[in-house]
Design a protein around this ligand. Structure first.
Ligand SMILES: C[S@@+](CC[C@H](N)C(=O)[O-])C[C@H]1O[C@@H](n2cnc3c(N)ncnc32)[C@H](O)[C@@H]1O
Length: 314
């Protein structure tokens, strides 16, 4: 793999800073990828610390094997299942920090066999783990127009969703859509290219990828589980790359941190209100964007937002 196809970890310095790594702490990297964040976390923990890293993608197994450290364990599974491992390893409420760096990696998009790219022609797949679920090709050739429209609209926020879904169904009458560039060509005939830097297929490809991999459902599950597995003052760091992801994270952190204010006339006692508010477990710490310097070095970081919170009670 050429150097430019390697994944550069986004907001690395900031992630390490805000995880506030303790030498004997237990950390979880939910999105190992090629290990950019994990390797740097491992540099900071001591012999009594531990890092669990997960990735759904079996391609990550090889990257994980390069890490020779007995305080590290790689798990090839979805982070939505992490709580199961936390129970198995007896680390519930003992985790000092969780990092999620969402979406896909450069290694995945630059490998045309994975079918994520609308520039490199490959089989239309887009699954993080090709052993499970249905490929983008199966889905796009077998779904009805309404379903295709809804996915492109909801997960891509694409204003041309109706025209695109109609064109896909028309095209299918002649032949199956098999390749990424084939789908991209269908879209390019419809979507008006206002911004030269953004490919007209971006939103539709994002939508299909999110839908095929059930990405938003997985995010909601790990966020909910984080409240059950973090230790007191344990940190939750999430890097998102699109507004759908970021809205979920922002809403989750807000809902679990802000005290509810009850209008005066509501028949609720101070005691009851205290009880409701005592369930608020998070303290929001930071919202961070990449610097201009980072964006210049790594264009993929331009849409990143890092949100940081900590558990204020267990
Ligand atoms: C942006 S990359 C992470 C890159 C990594 N931080 C690094 O520096 O190398 C996101 C990774 O999350 C993985 N991923 C996506 N959804 C996942 C899920 N539900 N469970 C586990 N891994 C997932 C992808 O396979 C991809 O490798």
């Amino acid at each position: 793999m050429s150097k430019k196809n390697y994944h550069i970890p986004v907001l690395l310095k900031e992630v390490i800073k805000y995880l506030k790594i303790k030498k004997n702490g237990i950390y979880v990297d939910c999105t190992f990828g090629s290990g950019g964040h994990s390797k740097n976390i491992l540099k900071k923990i001591g012999k009594h610390g531990f890092l669990y890293s997960l990735d759904k993608d079996p391609y990550s197994i090889n990257f994980s094997k390069k890490i020779k450290n007995k305080n590290f364990k790689f798990i090839n599974d979805s982070f939505e299942n992490f709580i199961k491992y936390a129970k198995k390893f007896n680390i519930i409420k003992k985790i000092d920090g969780i990092i999620l760096d969402l979406g896909f990696s450069t290694n995945q998009i630059k490998n045309k066999k994975r079918g994520f790219s609308f520039v490199l022609n490959g089989p239309l797949d887009m699954r993080y783990n090709q052993k499970y679920g249905i490929s983008a090709k199966e889905w796009i050739n077998n779904s009805n127009k309404k379903n295709i429209f809804e996915v492109i609209k909801k997960f891509g926020q694409e204003k041309f969703a109706s025209k695109i879904s109609k064109s896909i169904v028309e095209y299918r009458k002649k032949k199956k859509i098999e390749k990424t560039v084939e789908l991209s060509n269908i879209i390019n005939k419809i979507v008006y290219k206002k911004n030269k830097k953004i490919n007209p297929s971006t939103k539709t490809f994002q939508a299909i990828r999110i839908y095929i991999n059930k990405e938003l459902k997985c995010i909601k599950k790990i966020l909910k589980d984080s409240l059950k597995i973090l230790s007191y003052k344990g940190k939750l760091l999430v890097i998102s790359f699109n507004s759908l992801e970021d809205k979920i994270i922002k809403y989750f952190m807000k809902c679990n941190s802000k005290d509810i204010k009850i209008p005066n006339k509501l028949p609720i006692t101070n005691e009851e209100l205290k009880k409701i508010n005592s369930k608020k477990k998070l303290k929001i710490l930071k919202k961070i964007f990449p610097s201009k310097k980072e964006i210049k070095k790594n264009i993929r970081s331009r849409s990143a937002i890092l949100r940081v919170a900590e558990l204020k009670k267990i």
